[in-house]
Each structure stands twice: as structure tokens, then as C-alpha cells.
Design a protein around this ligand. Structure first.
Ligand SMILES: *Cc1c(COP(=O)(O)O)cnc(C)c1O
Length: 354
């Protein structure tokens, strides 16, 4: 029974843990190349893309770095409304790019009109957006933002971090015109940490050809060169790729659309419970995550005490992020968590606060 309601690393199914015990084989062998190809090919459905998916041996943050190094010589526009979108901005500035911000406070969403305004004022090669701000539970309207970018500044590339939502929420890369979309293994995909999946379209690769100092480890062009022979420039985290191959079959068995609906149902149930309980939901209506629900807690609610009380049942709940550590909780309902598991948690919260 999965019971860790924390935003990664999440519970991993037993047979997926087992899949990692596949014996080692040379990574430059027909046998591994076949598995690599199969996994990367199947992964495309998660992104709703016909483009390539790079399987990268790094956590999600590495893909943020890859985006700023490959997609901009100089100027980036960062949409920031929380810890992970601010990290994306830091990736740009610490790699020597000039990065302006479209910024709103924690708990608020980035709106398309804010992006339009910024794009009218200046030229940007790349815009970075976090789809699901794990720190606040805000789901940014990526489809509408992408529409605005295409209309106001069609040459600007769009990179989207969906580390805590892809596989539990519908993000249609090709239909929405996203150039790079990525996630990592240890959140909604319910795998152990250490692997990232990064979908990159042709326009992004073309742009990379014009960008200098892309580095080596995250160079999209080098990754593409090796990918076309079902390989990677460096030694990949093979055990995680064995697990991914199997997990993608499990996702297909459940049905991706069903999996997405399951996450939406858990978000709806968490919100309904909070409303009945009188606990405020942090993000405004219309901008609430499908994979993590952030609630403001009453003053006398002490999370460490709750976690102590439910530890014997193997349950664990995450606190708020940063300054909201003691004033909010984050219920991560992603990956292997199903509605009955969530009901267990909500009952435990009811009992604890009775
Ligand atoms: C967790 C998270 C990251 C960082 O991912 P790592 O795999 O820990 O590097 C980036 N963005 C979002 C939205 C996240 O939730």
C-alpha cells in the first residue's frame, strides 16, 4: 500500500523495484540498445509528442540546465512563482544568460496576459515555465501561455518543466506548440530518482545549432547523435531504464487517460475535503494542481505530531515549502497513490484533528 504523500521520491511498486535487478549488460550492446529504444519510444505518449524523448541520467534540475544552455545565446524570460521556477531562472543567470522575470507571489499563477506584456517590451530567445509549481500547488495555464507566445513572439522557444505533473496531467506538447518538455523519474512517474525524460522538438534542435558553449553533458545535439543509434554519450543509469521500460507498460495497462483522470479525481477529492473541513486551499480556483494539493492549516495543527501519529501505518505527509513550512501542508497524490489511499490519509487527518 503506497502511503508516502510527499512530492518525491514517491512510493515505487514492488515489481518496478524488482525490474532494476536485471543483470548488467554492456550498454553498447544490441540487447541494451533494444530496451533503450523501446523505452524512449513508448515514453513519447506521456508527452503527446511525435518528437524524440531523451532519456538522461540526471535528475529534473539537469533538464532545466540543458534548456538554458541549448536554447539561448543570451536572453531568457523566466516565469517565476515559486521555488522550482526560481531555480529555472537561476539556471539561466548562473549559466551566463540574461534572464528577466515575469513574477507573481507564491500561490499565484502566471497569466497569459502578463507574458504577452513582457514579450511586447523586449525580445527573448527562450521562455521558461514550470507547469506544476510543486512548492505552492499552483498549476500554470501552459496551453494559454504558449498560445500567447506563438502570437506575440513566434520565434521565442518554449521550455516547460513538468517534473511533478507529467504522467498525471495532460500536457500536449505538439498540439500546444511546446519546444522542450521534461520530467524526472521520482515524482509522478513513480520510479526511483536519477533519470530524466526530456522531449525535444526539431525547432529546438535547430536553435541549439546556433548556440555556443552548450557544454558536453547536456548538449542536445550530442544526445541526438547518440540517440539515433539507440545510445547515450555517457553511461546511462541502466537499472532505471529497465524499470522505466516496465513502468511504461504498467501505465499503458492502466491507460494514460485513466491515469490522468485518477490524478484529477484525487485533486478534486482533496479540495472537496478541505472545503468541508474549512481549511483554505492555497492556490486560487482554476489554477490548482492535479498532483499536489496545498492547504493552509489551523494554528494548532502540528505536522510533525501528525506524522508521528501516522508513522505506525507507514503514512507520511509533506509540510509547506520554505516560509510556509509550519503554516501549510502539501498532500502529494501522485504516482502509485489511488483514491482509497487518499481516503486513508484524509480519515487520519480527521481523526487527528477531532
Ligand atoms: C522536484 C522538482 C524539480 C527538481 O527535480 P529534481 O529531479 O529534484 O532535480 C524541478 N521542478 C519541479 C516542478 C519539481 O517539482
Amino acid at each position: 500500500m503506497p502511503h508516502m504523500f510527499v512530492p518525491g521520491p514517491v512510493d515505487v511498486a514492488e515489481d518496478i523495484l524488482q525490474a532494476q535487478t536485471h543483470p548488467m549488460i554492456p550498454h553498447r550492446s544490441k540487447e541494451f540498445e533494444e530496451i533503450f529504444h523501446r523505452a524512449a519510444n513508448k515514453a513519447r505518449q506521456l508527452f503527446y509528442t511525435d518528437h524524440r524523448v531523451f532519456l538522461m541520467t540526471n535528475s529534473g534540475s539537469g533538464c532545466q540546465e540543458a534548456c538554458v544552455r541549448n536554447l539561448a545565446n543570451e536572453k531568457v524570460l523566466s516565469c517565476t512563482n515559486g521555488a522550482f521556477s526560481n531555480r529555472f531562472n537561476k539556471m539561466a543567470t548562473s549559466n551566463g544568460k540574461k534572464a528577466d522575470k515575469v513574477e507573481v507571489p507564491l500561490g499565484q499563477a502566471i497569466l497569459p496576459e502578463m507574458v504577452a506584456e513582457a514579450l511586447k517590451k523586449d525580445n527573448y530567445e527562450l521562455i521558461t515555465i514550470v507547469h506544476n509549481e510543486t512548492s505552492s500547488g499552483v498549476r500554470n495555464p501552459v496551453k494559454e501561455i504558449a498560445e500567447v507566445v506563438h502570437r506575440v513572439s513566434p520565434d521565442t522557444l518554449i521550455a516547460v518543466d513538468a517534473v511533478s505533473s507529467l504522467g498525471g496531467d495532460k500536457i500536449e506538447m505538439d498540439a500546444w506548440g511546446i519546444d522542450v518538455l521534461f520530467t524526472s523519474s521520482q515524482k509522478t512517474l513513480a520510479l526511483p530518482p536519477g533519470l530524466a525524460l526530456c522531449a525535444v522538438n526539431d525547432r529546438a534542435l535547430k536553435k541549439a545549432e546556433t548556440v555556443e558553449n552548450r557544454g558536453w553533458y547536456f548538449d542536445f545535439l550530442l544526445l541526438e547523435k547518440h540517440r539515433t543509434t539507440n545510445s547515450t554519450p555517457n553511461t546511462p543509469a541502466m537499472s532505471l531504464i529497465f524499470a522505466l521500460d516496465k513502468q511504461l507498460d504498467r501505465i499503458a495497462e492502466e491507460g494514460l487517460e485513466n491515469r490522468i483522470a485518477r490524478h484529477a479525481a484525487m485533486a478534486a477529492r482533496s479540495q472537496e475535503w478541505a472545503a468541508a473541513k474549512g481549511w483554505e486551499i492555497f492556490p486560487p480556483e482554476g489554477y490548482r494542481s492535479r498532483t499536489i494539493t496545498v492547504l493552509l492549516t489551523p494554528e494548532d495543527f502540528v505536522l510533525s505530531e501528525f506524522n508521528k501519529a501516522v508513522a505506525p501505518r507507514g503514512m507520511r505527509l509533506a509540510g509547506g515549502y520554505g516560509p510556509m513550512k509550519n503554516t501549510s501542508i502539501r498532500i502529494a497524490h501522485m504516482g502509485e497513490i489511488h483514491l482509497p489511499d487518499l481516503e486513508d490519509l484524509l480519515s487520519a487527518l480527521d481523526e487527528f484533528t477531532a
